[in-house]
Design a protein around this ligand. Structure first.
Ligand code: PMP
Length: 384
């Protein structure tokens, strides 16, 4: 009878094992998309197993109340793992919000400055420009460095920008997802408080949390699925939070309720916790840094070898997360993308605003996939 059938979770696990024994690989492609991005397969399988029944609670992960003890354990676990992986100081807040990094463009400024106060921006790409535009709705803003004219090929070096005397903080974007450039370390800003959008390299590269006042990141690249935004707040940031802000845009609302003032993205936070557990099982932040260096080196070596490829970013500003390039012959780019798809390699089309090719090598992207992409690129080069 139906109710004597094996438990759904166990049945799913068995099905998974049977599929693997049969060599079934789910028909997944090698996914180099910029986000939402590939997640480790073992995490995807673990998530699938939790759909019918999360941790033997009897509730499926999509169906469980955020007020349940089971979910409280999940969010507490995600919080602890973030603190562990990123060495977050105890007096920092860890929040899991919604609205994406795009909401943080506005929310950071709203909480930190008023209309008479000013924030500095280092413009290394489209996302930093958007962040500045949103902040300009709150207070004064100044672009203290702007890479627009160099089509965002570079990251500024110390001495190429000057922090304003009267600014409250400096905002920068650690990794420029579209153009494939990245700060190797936080910009030197004369001890001015730093706010960073780390959406596309959080938990994938070194970061000194304690030298930042706000760190925010959409989860959908290195941390999990879309719909969760990680926000870290320092004691200084907390001390600056303005009065009488709209409830949902007030960091204090979310601090006081442990990110559960309203219904959080329960599923997204669950997946994020599983991704972080995977990061911890695989050498923590150090392991991720090492793998990301190795993956990006494989591609940059090919791009630098011959004039067939035209890497976009200046050598000293290159990202290990998003590798961007063109082909010497523009006409070959469509062919490259077409052939890649035919060979089961997807997500390589550059952002719609700049075109070209982009391979995103986030934490969930296995090194073997990068090796296969490299092989495909070398074959393509030989053939054309
Ligand atoms: N900042 C960066 C660096 C990004 O790469 C993105 C998205 N690709 C965003 C902000 C916008 O994020 P969201 O879609 O989560 O609002």
């Amino acid at each position: 009878m139906m109710f004597h059938e094996p438990h759904h979770g166990r049945w799913h696990q068995r099905l998974g094992r049977i599929r693997k024994c049969m060599g079934e690989d789910y028909g997944r492609i090698l996914n180099f998309g910029a986000g939402p991005a590939v997640l480790p397969l073992e995490v995807v399988e673990e998530v699938a197993n939790s759909l019918p029944n999360l941790k033997n609670s009897g509730f499926g992960v999509l169906e469980i109340s955020h007020r349940s003890g089971t979910f409280q354990e999940v969010i507490d676990s995600a919080n602890r793992r973030i603190r562990d992986i990123l060495s977050v100081p105890d007096d920092y807040e860890v929040l899991f919000l919604q609205g994406g990094a795009s909401t943080q463009f506005y929310m950071t400024a709203l909480n930190l400055i008023d209309e008479e106060e000013k924030a500095d921006f280092i413009l290394t790409g489209v996302w930093s420009k958007k962040a500045m535009k949103e902040a300009s709705r709150i207070g004064k803003v100044e672009a203290i460095w702007d890479g627009t004219n160099g089509t965002f090929r570079t990251i500024p070096q110390e001495g190429e920008y000057k922090v304003s005397d009267d600014s409250i903080y400096v905002h920068y974007t650690s990794n420029n997802t579209l153009f494939g450039t990245q700060f190797k370390s936080a910009p030197k800003c004369e001890n001015k408080p730093l706010v960073v959008d780390a959406s596309s390299d959080i938990c994938g590269v070194p970061i000194d949390v304690s030298s930042h006042e706000i760190i925010y990141a959409g989860a959908q690249k290195n941390l999990g699925p879309s719909g969760v935004t990680l926000v870290l707040l320092s004691p200084w940031a907390k001390s600056r939070i303005k009065q009488n802000l709209p409830t949902m845009l007030d960091y204090n609302t979310h601090i006081s309720k442990g990110s559960m003032f309203n219904t959080p993205n329960t599923f997204g936070i669950f997946v994020l916790d599983r991704v972080l557990a995977w990061v911890q099982r695989n050498g923590g932040l150090e392991g991720a840094i090492e793998r990301n260096k190795r993956k990006s080196k494989i591609l940059y070596e090919i791009l630098d070898k011959t004039g067939f490829w035209k890497p976009h970013a200046d050598v000293n500003s290159r990202s290990v997360m998003n590798i961007t390039w063109n082909l010497y012959d523009d006409n070959l780019e469509e062919k490259f993308l077409y052939d890649a798809e035919k060979n089961g390699i997807g997500g390589l089309r550059g952002h719609r605003s700049i075109g070209g090719i982009r391979a995103s090598l986030y934490n969930g992207c296995p090194i073997e996939d990068v090796e296969k992409l490299a092989e495909f690129m070398e074959d393509f080069e030989r053939n054309y």
